[in-house]
Write a new protein. Structure first.
Length: 91
């Protein structure tokens, strides 16, 4: 008997959550963006020839790595960052 659409979708989501392609799993992120940010995302992804997902992932990981480079392990700042406590941001 063929699976229903709902069962196929549930199986797909389970595969994504439990390992996906790279064995590291994935997380679903759902949010609204301002029109200005959404249009910028489209322009930037088109300019660089990547998907919007790739662009967002690359920007997030680059910023995360930049922050890591400024921290020392086993410090209050390190612990706060990984505890996801809000820190003051200086630009």
């Amino acid at each position: 008997m063929a699976k229903t659409t709902a069962k196929r979708q549930a199986a797909y989501r389970e595969r994504q959550d439990s390992g996906g392609v790279d064995g590291n799993g994935q997380r679903r992120v759902s949010m609204w963006l301002s029109t200005e940010a959404a249009l910028a995302l489209g322009r930037l992804s088109s300019r660089y020839g990547v998907t919007q997902r790739e662009l967002v992932e690359n920007m997030l990981l680059a910023e995360d790595e930049r922050i890591f480079a400024t921290m020392k392990i086993d410090t209050t700042e390190w612990d706060s960052y990984f505890a996801r406590q809000r820190m003051s941001v200086t630009a």
